[in-house]
Design a protein around this ligand. Structure first.
Ligand code: HEM
Length: 389
């Protein structure tokens, strides 16, 4: 969750304010709201099912074409990264805030893209003057969301409960709407980008996943939203591919403050010190994963799904700060991929052989799921197929 970009005084106020309803500090209350909303398993979790259903609507190409919502109803060539970020922004915006948000403020799309591609500058605490794009996008989104919150309740049809609750709690603590807006940004779209790239550069993998998804979905399309997670379980190759993508293309390092002397084996962590946990290094440790640790090999999870529970695989962190979206994010990425391969013929424009696999932009990727080098992003052709109606 991008809680960065918030000024020092605001952070202090947030941490010193207690919510009226649950007597918690504001930042904790907000993350707890997300956690509570996403606690239940996907098939019985209303928020997850709402967002999954929304993804289905966003990617219905032959529905009334809505350029704002990026539906592709005729063959098109798009930048893979930009298109995916837009699709996720539309889905999460319509699902969490209701359609009114994008209808009234279509500039959300450009600003989300600008924020997502420059957010590293905020995470690495560059001064505003050196990172105008990131701060400008953040300011604009904050203002848009403030205007959204200021709309009458009856206009905000489809606004998810956890959004309303966060808004109430912040207001009760006297925090401005702009500040609230900054706390509410997040996006698993970069994971979807890497996952689809892996498939587009491996035609055998792409066709195996397409076959699996067509069997699970097209011939047995979901009758209720609760069927979606069940049908995703019938796609083991897709699941292994998303998991391997998370192993290689996510996992950050996190910091923990030691609040009291703690002995772990022969080591003593001293009170007041800071511990750095390099999840991103553990996920490519040769000692654990073997000599091909740095290679993309989805078969390791296909052959041994238990590896996903290993202590060497923590893309969502661990402990009390573990990611609140841990159960929902992989479902969203998997469902996005499943819909794309079932409804579109998709390929790298000019063939994948003519376009090297995009490199990770390491300087931009330290704090989030790493971004691709901008000049490496491939264009893809998307052609709605007959099954897409
Ligand atoms: C692929 C997508 C995602 C990845 C890789 C990811 C990863 C992470 C990581 C590494 C952390 C820090 C964990 C730690 O300090 O131990 C985190 C925190 C968090 N994430 Fe995610 N995340 C993703 C998507 C989401 C989504 C979709 C949501 C909610 C809708 C979400 C909500 C949160 C929250 C609330 C926290 C803060 C937990 C706290 O500080 O107590 N994340 N995430």
């Amino acid at each position: 969750m991008a809680a960065s970009g918030i000024s020092g005084p605001t952070r202090a106020r947030l941490w010193s304010s207690i919510t009226a309803e649950r007597k918690e500090h504001i930042p904790r209350a907000i993350t707890e709201n997300v956690r509570r909303a996403l606690r239940a398993q996907p098939q019985s979790n209303p928020l997850t099912l709402k967002i999954l259903t929304q993804m289905d609507k966003t990617l219905t190409p032959l529905a009334a074409s809505d350029p704002l919502r990026r539906s592709v109803s005729a063959p098109a060539e798009v930048s893979l990264f930009r298109w995916i970020i837009d699709v996720f922004t539309v889905t999460v915006s319509d699902g969490a805030f209701g359609n009114v948000c994008l209808d009234k403020f279509p500039e959300v799309l450009d600003n989300m893209f600008s924020l997502q591609t420059n957010v590293y500058a905020i995470f690495t605490r560059r001064p505003k003057i050196l990172a105008p794009k990131a701060y400008d996008a953040c300011d604009k989104l904050s203002k848009i969301l403030a205007r959204y919150f200021a709309l009458p309740r009856e206009d905000k049809v489809g606004c998810a409960d956890f959004v309303t609750r966060a808004e109430n709690e912040i207001r009760s603590a006297g925090v401005s709407q702009e500040e609230l807006a900054m706390i509410m940004l997040d996006n698993p779209s970069t994971t979807a980008f890497w996952c689809l790239c892996r498939m587009l550069y491996d035609p055998g993998l792409l066709s195996a996943i397409r076959k699996e998804c067509e069997e699970a979905f097209s011939r047995n399309s979901p009758t209720t939203s609760a069927d979606i997670p069940v049908q995703l379980e019938c796609c083991p190759t897709l699941k292994a591919t998303v998991t391997e993508t998370l192993r290689l293309h996510s996992g950050t390092h996190v910091f923990r403050h030691v609040s009291e002397d703690t002995e772990i084996g022969p080591y003593c962590l001293k009170k007041g010190s800071t511990v750095l946990i390099p999840y991103n290094r553990l996920q490519v440790s040769r000692t654990y994963w073997g000599p091909d640790a740095e290679d993309f090999n989805y078969r390791r999870f296909l052959d041994n799904p238990e590896l996903a529970h290993s202590r060497y695989f923590r893309p969502f962190g661990d402990g009390i700060h573990q990611c609140g979206g841990k159960a929902m994010a992989p479902q969203l990425v998997m469902y996005f991929v499943a819909i794309v391969v079932c409804r579109y013929d998709v390929g790298i424009s000019g063939g994948f052989e003519s376009h090297p696999f995009p490199r990770i932009d390491f300087p931009k990727g330290r704090a989030t799921v790493p971004m691709p080098v901008a000049g490496d992003v491939p264009h893809v052709t998307l052609t709605p197929n007959k099954r897409a109606a």
